[in-house]
Design a protein around this ligand. Structure first.
Ligand SMILES: NC(=O)c1ccc[n+]([C@@H]2O[C@H](COP(=O)([O-])OP(=O)(O)OC[C@H]3O[C@@H](n4cnc5c(N)ncnc54)[C@H](OP(=O)(O)O)[C@@H]3O)[C@@H](O)[C@H]2O)c1
Length: 314
């Protein structure tokens, strides 16, 4: 990676955005935090947004807020999606495919983090792994052909947490039955999402499909993440550190970058580049080798197919 910021000395900002009129984006977790801000930014630029999240009231409130700002003709649709349920993911994918003929971008943004105690999804997955990785793996697989037909993009929102915790996929104990730790489980789930995305990039390249896959992260952003599910110590720590973080709006910029820019390369990671890549100028972030380990990624892909019941090989 060269030291020069590919988006100029000030890094990527929404001023670089072109019109997104006529484009349709599906954003998971679009009612809050970085996902909400990305939806808002794209709506300002004319895009149609499918806001896929688990709480209908919150999504409707978010849609009203964006329409109040952007205009009543802003194209925003709610789709109910609970990533903690494979059944719900399948139903949501069906509704999305019935609703929109074209998907120019699918943004895997939703997440839960630092869940205090081990919890299992209805399908029996540790909750962060289930919501953040398996739910999105299935959604991406079910929407892949439509994104491909639209010559669109899949954007996976990762985290600098991929290089924290144990820095590995715990194949011997994916549910952390042995020794559950909120931080380790969250970091492994974000690493899984990123390894999946880089594996998808490689598969897309190998078969020559006309689709782009990009990976980004918001740095440290003041959002709703961990506000409910974390333990007391983590909540206090996040509150103390909150003034050091950047706004949720700025946290959304890497997502918009990945949908907006032409010429992005595979194997890259986009996000803030200052103070340990937690805040500041948006550009390319260094990526540690373990995220690109092809053997581990192939094993994770096979396991994800098995666990979600989706045979998927682009
Ligand atoms: N904020 C940070 O500092 C930070 C740092 C690194 C990475 N990230 C990543 O950035 C992304 C956005 O997070 P954020 O900080 O904006 O968090 P946030 O404000 O908590 O927003 C998360 C969104 O995901 C939704 N969600 C959670 N569980 C879901 C489920 N089972 N099914 C469907 N939707 C679900 C939430 O819905 P509800 O409103 O109903 O809960 C909410 O809309 C995540 O991928 C996160 O891992 C954030």
């Amino acid at each position: 990676m060269s030291n020069a910021n590919p988006f100029g000395a000030q890094g990527w900002t929404p001023e670089r955005m072109s019109s997104h009129e006529g484009k349709t984006y599906v954003i998971t977790g679009a009612n809050a935090g970085a996902g909400y801000e990305a939806a808002r930014l794209l709506a300002w630029h004319g895009a149609e947004i499918i806001m896929a999240s688990r709480n209908p009231t919150k999504v409707d409130t978010a849609i009203t807020a964006i329409k109040n700002e952007v205009g009543s003709d802003a194209k925003l649709t709610r789709i109910d999606l609970d990533l903690a349920s494979l059944k719900s993911v399948r139903a949501a994918a069906e509704q999305i495919l019935a609703k929109v003929p074209q998907i120019d971008g699918l943004v895997c943004n939703a997440a839960i983090a630092q869940v205090a105690k081990q919890e299992l999804t209805e399908d029996g997955f540790e909750s962060q792994l289930g919501v953040n990785h398996y739910g999105h793996f299935l959604l991406c697989g079910l929407l892949y052909e439509r994104v491909k037909a639209s010559k669109g993009r899949i954007v996976v929102v990762g985290s600098m947490g991929y290089q924290m915790g144990t820095k590995r996929i715990p194949f011997e104990d994916m549910n952390w039955d042995g020794k559950y730790n909120p931080m380790n489980a969250y970091c492994a789930s974000k690493l899984a999402q990123m390894m999946f995305a880089y594996e998808l990039q490689r598969r897309v390249q190998a078969v020559g499909d006309d689709i782009e896959v990009h990976v980004c992260h918001p740095g440290a952003a003041r959002t709703e993440l961990s506000k409910e599910e974390a333990n007391l110590v983590t909540k206090i720590l996040f509150k103390i550190m909150s003034p050091l973080a950047q706004s949720a709006e700025k946290g959304s910029w890497p997502e918009a970058l990945c949908l907006n820019e032409d010429g992005l390369q595979p194997g890259r990671f986009y996000g803030p580049t200052q103070r340990a890549n937690m805040v500041g100028i948006i550009g390319e972030t260094d990526l540690q080798d373990h995220a690109l380990d092809q053997e581990v990624a192939a094993r994770l892909w096979a396991l994800s197919e098995e666990q979600t019941g989706l045979a998927w090989s682009p």
